[in-house]
Design a protein around this ligand. Sequence first.
Ligand code: PEP
Ligand code: MN
Length: 359
Amino acid sequence: MSISTYNTLVAWGLKPLPGTELICISGPCAAESEEQVMSIATSLKAQGISALRAGVWKPRTRPGSFEGMGATALPWLQRVRRELGMKVATEIATPAHAEAALETGLDILWIGARTTANPFAVQELAEALKGSCVPIFVKNPVNPDLNLWLGAIERMQRAGLTKVAAILRGFSTQHPGELRNDPAWSLAVDFRQKMPQIPLLCDPSHIAGRRDKILLLSQQAIDLDCDGLMVEVHPTPDAALSDARQQLSPTDFASLLAHLHPKEHEKAIENNLKLKALRTQIDELDHELLCTIAKRMETVQQISLLKQQDNMTALQSQRWNTILTQMRQEGSQLGLPPTLVEEIARLLHQQALEIQMRG
Ligand code: PEP
Ligand code: MN
């Protein structure tokens, strides 16, 4: 039996939001000061969040903007871990970051979108992380290239890392609309199909680039069966040193949690049982369907013999018209879509003709 990707995250020690099956990693875009980190971690913990994110090294598109506090901020994350018992996560982009983060004992590391886009950098990170059992979350690359994303995950796996997850944070677009990045949900669906065992989170903050779209995007991610969210929250978002427009205040975040409809744990268990029962029913019905088709073909065989004895042609247009009309009528009485009924009738008739022509 395959284990669900949500359960995989739980097995790595991540705790869902109370009463739900939704993992939520939240915190500021960047760790700016010890006071800011402790303040936001304390209020997030009070809201049921058990994993804090905070960028220490910030990859900035243009030089000159705030590039993070660097290694100075690592002890602040250690303090959150020690005093609040939360898991702490940060972004790594170079082997030196990886080594410092592992040495500090951070619980979760992530690879940012700009780094995922560069296979050389990803390979170097994979080498640096070899032998560790830290969970590593790989954000999608900035460009909508599914293989580049899959490739980065494979590089981690080939280095022997077993706890690898993915984060959808949207893709750069030449024509940005209301959102900073295009969520490209269909690409996330393709990702799921290619790597069904890899947990997938969504980062609505970097998709949105603005506060007012985060609820909508989070709910869409949940409805697409993402296992969790990574949301940027800052004690005073307007004064944030990076990504100010997209960070939520603790109050905004409380309102987000209050309005979300995640999968509820008890309901999920109950529905799972119901689903199992319904799937058994479907299997039985499919079996009956196939037996009926086999019986129909045997009957066609008998008709074929009779027609041969009487030198009748295989195709009897009149009879075929009658069958089609009857099936259309019955189908409509049963509420079946006419196109489905016609398609089935045609397939069965075609098969019957082939049997009779073979003789
Ligand atoms: C971040 O998480 O703050 C960040 C820089 O994200 P991304 O790599 O998705 O742009
Ligand atoms: Mn950010």
